[in-house]
Design a protein around this ligand. Structure first.
Ligand code: SAH
Ligand code: SF4
Ligand code: F3S
Length: 463
């Protein structure tokens, strides 16, 4: 899943830094599911008396919440563990307890506790409720304290849906709310069904209570989160569109976003609901992955290019001001130059606001691992660069056409630069940096677009 929340404050925090308990630092990698889980872990540990460390090198416990989606993501974690250990050694500091959470924990389990970079603790995505007990065992200086017990806990469970505590809010403006875990699709390149398990829905009442808690704490916007949120369903009558209706009924909630929608489940009645409910933001992150039917079939994406484009056309026809973003993979096994050119055609046709593009990375045990990874690395790199160049060109056109327009948005955070500026986000997910004397986070503002750099616009506040 792509990262849409760059630049926003990190909400991962355990108890107050002043608490006497062991100090924990959580580093989050991968997708928003992990960001949410880290918040939930912070809540679980905070309630158990653990404190937050402001920096990794001040922590007694370092938890790395990890991602397995590409080989590179996993390598990064292994070298990070080595780096933490070496840094503490070089500075004569005590070694922290290092724990691996998230998808790598699930995929590699006990293996992570062997060899040179051995970690102390491995806890998979469905077992975070065991963390307080395990960490007590590992950090208790009293030999008569709780026993360490097992230090690798993985495996999928249906009984737990973690909830990031509303008391962590409202720091920024969009609060992640995971509405289901796992994924029932079997895209042939993808490790997620293995690491996150089958799709299991969070109960609608839990979702509604959680959002009501966020609103009560001052939050005004939520992002409903899942690997395939558009396939959320509770019983025969309650599907994702019906859930949107229920969430939109929460008084005080102003905006609802959602990530990620599988293109196949972006039904017309869901689009009609989005159009009808003013609170649901007109922004669809609908990963196409490829523009070639041959490749889509081999990826088992369950739609054709024509079906995908028809979905986009329909959304444009019924949802005012709708914008799109997508993920693409280049160099999938057997992808020819012709297949790749078809991907570029889709990018030119849809005119996405943003795409996240990746070189195919073979993952152990997934169905595509049986296919020869036959597109050479330099060719994958070339295709990736060309795809990004085409997207840049398309985006220049889209963004230029926005100059002079007046938009409504909400102040989301201070901008990194220039000093004193704020970052405003529109319902269509466009970011605008505005000089903002007196502007407060959460405030509604009108802006006139004056320029853009990459995907961020600059604007003036409308009087
Ligand atoms: N559930 C979401 C995305 C999950 S993973 C969906 O179906 O769209 C996020 C993105 O990582 C994917 O959209 C895909 O573009 C990319 N990805 C997944 N597995 C990959 C692999 N083996 N190699 C390269 N990119 C991959
Ligand atoms: Fe992976 Fe496909 Fe599921 Fe997305 S829908 S998480 S790409 S298997
Ligand atoms: Fe997310 Fe990476 Fe796992 S994308 S679901 S953290 S493999």
């Amino acid at each position: 899943m792509a990262s849409f929340q760059d630049g926003l404050p990190d909400l991962t925090a355990c108890g107050p830094a002043t608490s006497a308990g062991p100090r924990v630092y959580i580093e989050t990698y991968g997708c928003q599911m992990n960001v949410y889980d880290s918040q939930a872990i912070g809540g679980l540990l905070g309630r158990d008396g653990f404190a937050s460390a402001a920096r990794e090198d001040e922590a007694d416990v370092v938890l790395l919440n990890t991602c397995s989606v590409r080989d590179h993501a996993e390598h990064k974690i292994l070298s990070r563990v080595g780096e933490i250990r070496a840094d503490r050694r070089a500075r004569g500091l005590a070694q922290p307890v290092i724990g691996i959470c998230g998808c790598m924990a699930e995929r590699l389990g006990d293996e992570l506790r062997k060899g040179g970079q051995a970690v102390d603790l491995v806890v998979g995505v469905d077992n975070y409720d065991t963390l307080p007990g395990l960490l007590r065992g590992l950090t208790d200086p009293d030999p008569a304290g709780p026993a360490a017990g097992g230090r690798t806990v993985t495996g999928h469970r249906d009984d737990q849906h973690y909830v990031a505590p509303p008391e962590l809010y409202p720091v920024n403006n969009s609060h992640l709310v995971t509405i289901h875990k796992g994924c029932d699709y079997k895209c042939t390149y993808c490790i997620v069904p293995m690491t996150r398990g089958p799709q299991r829905e969070k109960h609608p009442d839990t979702i509604l209570d959680e959002i009501a808690g966020i609103v009560a704490a001052g939050g005004r916007e939520v992002t409903l989160l899942g690997q395939n949120v558009t396939a959320w369903r509770w019983g025969a009558d309650l599907d994702f569109a019906a859930l949107l209706d229920l969430v939109a009924g929460i008084d005080g909630l102003e905006r609802i976003r959602f990530l990620t929608g599988h293109p196949r489940d972006m039904h017309r009645h869901t689009m009609a609901t989005i159009a009808r409910l003013g609170k649901v933001c007109p922004w669809l992150h609908v990963p196409a992955q490829s523009g070639s039917d041959r490749v889509l079939r081999r990826m088992k994406r369950l739609y054709t290019r024509a079906e995908y484009l028809a979905m986009v056309d329909h959304a444009r026809a019924v949802i005012p001001d709708v914008t799109f973003s997508s993920d693409f993979i280049v160099g999938f096994p057997g992808e020819t130059e012709k297949d790749f050119q078809q991907t570029l055609e889709v990018v030119r046709y849809v005119k996405y606001d943003q795409i996240f593009s990746f070189k195919y990375s073979e993952r152990p045990g997934v169905p595509a691992a049986r296919l020869a990874d036959d597109v050479p690395t330099p060719e994958k790199k070339r295709r990736l660069a060309e795809l990004m160049a085409v997207q840049d060109e398309v985006w220049q056109g889209v963004a230029s056409a926005c100059l002079g327009q007046s938009w409504q948005g909400v102040v989301e955070s201070a901008a990194r630069r220039p000093a004193g500026a704020v970052r405003v986000r529109t319902a269509s997910n466009r970011k605008v940096v505005v000089q903002g004397t007196g502007l407060e986070i959460g405030q509604h503002v009108g802006v006139r677009v004056t320029g853009f750099r990459n995907t961020t616009f600059t604007g003036e506040r409308l009087a």
